[in-house]
Design a binder for this molecule. Structure first.
Ligand code: ATP
Ligand code: MG
Length: 534
C-alpha cells in the first residue's frame, strides 16, 4: 500500500491529460458506489480510474449502464479493502464490489492482454438447443414471458458469459504464423490468424490502454484530480463522434472478430461513425465471425438488440454486411424480400422492444428470436406442398430447420428456443379457438408472447384482426363470460375469425377450417403477397 498516489505528475509522458475544467464529466453523474470504490482505493495509496464505456458515455451525456474501475491494486489487494467484494474470473481475476443491487467491477491494469476470450466463455453446451431433441414435455417447463431468465447483473444489465474487460491488445509485433510470444513476465499464445489465445500479465495504465478496442473506450477518469487521461486520441474522437480502433485495424479484428460487432453496436447506440481505416477491413474480415464461439455471439446479440437500440442495430449490421454473419437466414430473407410484411413486423417488434427498454420494462430473448425467425420460417413452410402449410408437423419442421441454422451461429439457450417454438405452435391454436381448448390456452404461460406475435402479424396483414380482438376480449373477460365466449366459438367453428382472413392471405381457400388458414410462422408467402417461393 505504498504506491505513489496517482496524480498528474505520475502520468506517463504519452498521455494527454485533460484537466477537470477541460471536460464535461461531473461527479454528480457518477454513481455514489463507484465513487466510494474509487476513493477507497485512492486513500489506500492505489491509482484508481473510471474507464471504458462509462467515461465515454459521460462524455457524450448518456447515463452509463455500469461503472468500471481500473487500478494498479492487485485483485487480492482490492479484496482486502472491501468487505463486500468477490473475486471472479477463471483466469484473469477481477474484483466485484457489491452494493446491494449494484456491482462495481474493479480490474487491475493489464500489460497486454488476458486469457483467451474463447476460454472465458462458459461451457453452456448442455443448454444449447438441438431442435431435434425438443419434445412436447419440455413445452410446459418453460419460463414466463416477462421473466426471461437472462443473467443480468445487479444493475439489470445483461451479463455476458465472458469477461468483457478481458481483452488483449498487442503492442508488439505479431508472429506471422502463431505460437508463443513471451514478455513482461508472461506469455501470449496466438493462433495462425493472429488471434490471441492466452495472455495473462498485470501491467500499468499505459499498458492497459492498448488492449482496449476503440479509442473512445480507452479514456481514464482519474479520481485523484478528476482529470481525464487520453493515450490514443479518444478524447478528440469522442468529440468528433468517431469510432476508431486502437492500433492496426486488421490486426485488432483478427485478434477478436467480435470487435466488428462491437463497432456496429457503438454506432447504433452512440450514433458514432466508423473511421475509414476502422471500416475498411470489415468486409474482408467479417467471415472471421464464423469462428467466434456461439455463446459469445448470443451475448453480443442480446446487447445489440435488447438494450434500447435494436432497430438501429439491425440497420447498422445490415449496412456493414454483418447481419449475414450473425443471422444468415434473416439477412437472406431481408435481401430477398426487403420491406416485406415479415420484415416490417420485425422492425416494429424491435421498435417496441426499444420502447420497453426505455420504459424500464422487461424484454425477452424469446420474443426477439421469434421476430427474427418469422420470415425464414415462413419461407421454409412454403417449400412444403400448399395443402400441408397448416399442419403442425410442417410448422415444426420449418421451425427446427431455421432454429438449427440460427443455433449454428448463436448459442441460444434451450429454454429460450423452447419458448420460441411454443409461440409458433400456438399461432394456429390462437387463430382457431375452440371451446374448452381456448380456455386452456388462456392459462398457457406463453400466451402473452404468442398473443403479442399474433397481434403484430395482424398489424401487418398476416393474421385476422378479428381474432386478435376476440382474444383481447377473452383475456379481459370474467370467468363466466369466458365460458360463454369459448362455447360460442366452438359452435361457430371458425369462431370469431369471420371474414377479414382472405384480405391478408390472398384467399387461399384450401384450409380445412377458415380460422386455420394462416398458421404460425407463415409469412404470407414470404410477405410477397404472391406465390410461394417453392
Ligand atoms: P457498454 O457497457 O455501453 O456496452 P462498454 O464499452 O462499457 O460498452 P463493455 O463490454 O462493458 O463495453 O467493456 C468495457 C470496456 O472493456 C470497453 O470500453 C473496452 O475498453 C474494453 N473491452 C471490452 N470488450 C473488448 C474487446 N472485445 N476488445 C477490446 N477491449 C474491450
Ligand atoms: Mg460497460
Amino acid at each position: 500500500m505504498n504506491q505513489s498516489p496517482a496524480s498528474t505528475e505520475a502520468v506517463p509522458r504519452l498521455a494527454r491529460v485533460i484537466p477537470r475544467d477541460g471536460h464535461p464529466i461531473s461527479r454528480s453523474k457518477i454513481s455514489p458506489e463507484a465513487l466510494r470504490v474509487l476513493y477507497r482505493l485512492r486513500e489506500a495509496g492505489f491509482e484508481a480510474f473510471l474507464v471504458g464505456g462509462c467515461v465515454r458515455d459521460l462524455m457524450v451525456g448518456l447515463e452509463p449502464k455500469d461503472f468500471d474501475v481500473a487500478t494498479d491494486a492487485l485483485p487480492e489487494q482490492v479484496k482486502r479493502l472491501f468487505r463486500n467484494c468477490r473475486l471472479v474470473g477463471r483466469r484473469f481475476r477481477l474484483a466485484h464490489v457489491f452494493f446491494g443491487r449494484e456491482i462495481i467491477e474493479v480490474a487491475t491494469f493489464r500489460a497486454s492482454g488476458g486469457p483467451p476470450i474463447a476460454d472465458e466463455v462458459d461451457d453452456t453446451e448442455e443448454d444449447i438447443v438441438d431442435p431435434s431433441i425438443l419434445d412436447d414435455e419440455d413445452l410446459d417447463a418453460d419460463d414466463g414471458y416477462e421473466d426471461d431468465g437472462i443473467a443480468r447483473d445487479a444493475n439489470g444489465d445483461i451479463n455476458g458469459n465472458i469477461d468483457p474487460h478481458y481483452v488483449p491488445q498487442p503492442t508488439g509485433a505479431h508472429p506471422a504464423s502463431g505460437g508463443m510470444v513471451s514478455g513482461q513476465g508472461g506469455e501470449r499464445l496466438v493462433d495462425e490468424s493472429g488471434r490471441i489465445l492466452r495472455d495473462n500479465v498485470y501491467g500499468s495504465i499505459d499498458e492497459d490502454v492498448w488492449r482496449r478496442d476503440f479509442t473512445c473506450n480507452a479514456l481514464y477518469y482519474n479520481i485523484a484530480d478528476f482529470s481525464v487521461w487520453d493515450y490514443c486520441g479518444g478524447f478528440e474522437d469522442v468529440q468528433a463522434r468517431r469510432l476508431r480502433l486502437i492500433g492496426d485495424p486488421e490486426t485488432r479484428y483478427r485478434e477478436d472478430p467480435v470487435r466488428m460487432l462491437r463497432a456496429a453496436r457503438f454506432e447504433a447506440k452512440l450514433g458514432f461513425s466508423f473511421d475509414p481505416a476502422t471500416a475498411e477491413p470489415v468486409e474482408r474480415l467479417r467471415e472471421l465471425l464464423g469462428g467466434v464461439p456461439p455463446a459469445r455471439l448470443f451475448d453480443e446479440t442480446l446487447k445489440l438488440f435488447l438494450t434500447g437500440h435494436g432497430v438501429r442495430s439491425y440497420e447498422v449490421l445490415r449496412a456493414h454486411g454483418l447481419l449475414e454473419m450473425l443471422l444468415p437466414n434473416v439477412a437472406d430473407f431481408s435481401r430477398r424480400y426487403p420491406g416485406s410484411p415479415p420484415e416490417q413486423m420485425l422492425l416494429r417488434g424491435l421498435a417496441d422492444t426499444d420502447a420497453r427498454v426505455r420504459a424500464d420494462r422487461p424484454v425477452s430473448p424469446v420474443f426477439l428470436f421469434a421476430l427474427f425467425m418469422y420470415g425464414p420460417i415462413g419461407l421454409r413452410i412454403e417449400q412444403a406442398p400448399r395443402r400441408m402449410w397448416h399442419d403442425t408437423s410442417t410448422i415444426l419442421d420449418a421451425f427446427d430447420d431455421v432454429a438449427r441454422a440460427i443455433c449454428q451461429r448463436i448459442a441460444i439457450p434451450r429454454r429460450f428456443m423452447l419458448g420460441v417454438r411454443e409461440m409458433f405452435l400456438m399461432q394456429p391454436r390462437l387463430e382457431a379457438p375452440r371451446g374448452r381448448r381456448a380456455l386452456r390456452t388462456l392459462e398457457h404461460p406463453r400466451l402473452r408472447a404468442a398473443f403479442d406475435l399474433l397481434q403484430l402479424r395482424a398489424d401487418f396483414g398476416m393474421a385476422d384482426p378479428a381474432i386478435v380482438e376476440w382474444w383481447g376480449k377473452l383475456q379481459a373477460a370474467s370467468p363466466a363470460q369466458r365460458t360463454q365466449m369459448s362455447a360460442s366459438a366452438a359452435q361457430e367453428g371458425a369462431g370469431p375469425g369471420e371474414g377479414g382472413d382472405d384480405a391478408a392471405a390472398g384467399g387461399d381457400g384450401d384450409g380445412p377450417r377458415r380460422g386455420r388458414r394462416r398458421r404460425g410462422g407463415r409469412s404470407r408467402r414470404g410477405g410477397r403477397g404472391g406465390s410461394s417461393g417453392a
